[in-house]
Design a protein around this ligand. Structure first.
Ligand SMILES: [Zn+2]
Ligand SMILES: [Zn+2]
Length: 283
């Protein structure tokens, strides 16, 4: 299957580069949510600050197709129009999240210290080692995420979203755009272990984590921990070492996949194999 598009991305973004048009989309979205129907021309004119009906007609023609559809004289949002309104409401385009830097208990894989610093840097929420300054995890931080949450709640919320995005991407689907993802496994360099990289063929999103994280998405591993009193469905990535530190990973002859991973919890072991396409089998 391939994508067909009637509007080029350049035209679509140009159509949105105007405050009146964003107001129109928001007005239509509000109306649909309030009363379940779209809006007629006159109703849009009453709700949007625009100088004349001819100006409103002009803006509507620019939005029709990609962002608005018209039937029986009523305008409603297309799926793309809906996404734009949700992004605008979330503050994605005009707000910057505020975040007070803090410290947190965790594990630095590079030097082993357990105090990490959390700060908002270059549009990302970064958990870094306070001692050797290496980055431990970085999270995407949309402005809406900070609303009504404490620092700790925000960090856990980012972690939950990261697991959702990564777990979905490892199974072939980009959680951001719905495109197809390709997963690549990088072999260990020096001391570091295998890294799984999931990249979206459509929007270019790239996510990566140690191979062991893949195991936390397998029901047998989740059950193994659950039976020992631990919920590993959203393992804090800044504390990953305290979970996987005792695991062993041994590759087959040539160093690539498949490899055997021994999952360890409370001294008990679970033997697993991660195959070439990241399928997991449990002994
Ligand atoms: Zn460190
Ligand atoms: Zn994507």
């Amino acid at each position: 299957m391939s994508l067909e598009s009637s509007t080029s991305p350049g035209d679509a973004f140009a159509a949105l580069g105007n405050e009146v048009r964003i107001s129109i989309l928001r007005a239509v979205a509000d109306a649909v949510e309030e009363q379940g129907d779209g809006l007629r021309f006159k109703a849009i004119y009453d709700r949007v600050d625009v100088d004349s009906t001819s100006q409103l007609s002009y803006h509507l023609t620019k939005l029709e197709g990609a962002f608005l559809r018209k039937s029986d004289e009523e305008y409603a949002l297309t799926q793309a129009g809906n996404r734009v309104v949700r992004a605008v409401r979330s503050g994605a385009y005009d707000e910057r999240p505020t975040f007070e830097s803090t410290t947190i208990e965790g594990d630095c894989p590079s030097c082993g210290v357990t105090t990490l610093s959390v700060a908002y840097r270059d549009s990302l929420l970064t958990v870094a080692c306070a001692s050797c300054e290496s980055n431990v995890v970085t999270y995407d931080l949309p402005p809406a995420a900070g609303e009504g949450r404490t620092t700790t709640e925000l960090l856990h919320s980012c972690n939950r979203r990261a697991h959702h995005e990564y777990g979905t991407a490892l199974q072939g689907t980009c959680a951001t755009c719905g495109g197809k993802t390709t997963v690549d496994v990088r072999e260990p360099e020096q001391r570091a272990g295998y890294t799984c990289v999931a990249a979206c063929d459509q929007c270019g999103l790239q996510l990566f984590a140690p191979l062991e994280v893949r195991l936390f998405y397998h029901p047998a591993v989740v059950a193994f921990y659950w039976e020992r009193g631990e919920d590993v469905s959203n393992v804090p990535l800044w504390r990953l070492l305290s979970y996987i530190g005792d695991w062993t990973v041994s590759a087959s002859g040539d160093g690539g996949l498949p490899c055997e991973v021994t999952v360890v919890c409370d001294g008990d072991e679970l033997q697993t194999t991660v195959g070439e396409d990241l399928d997991v089998t449990v002994a």
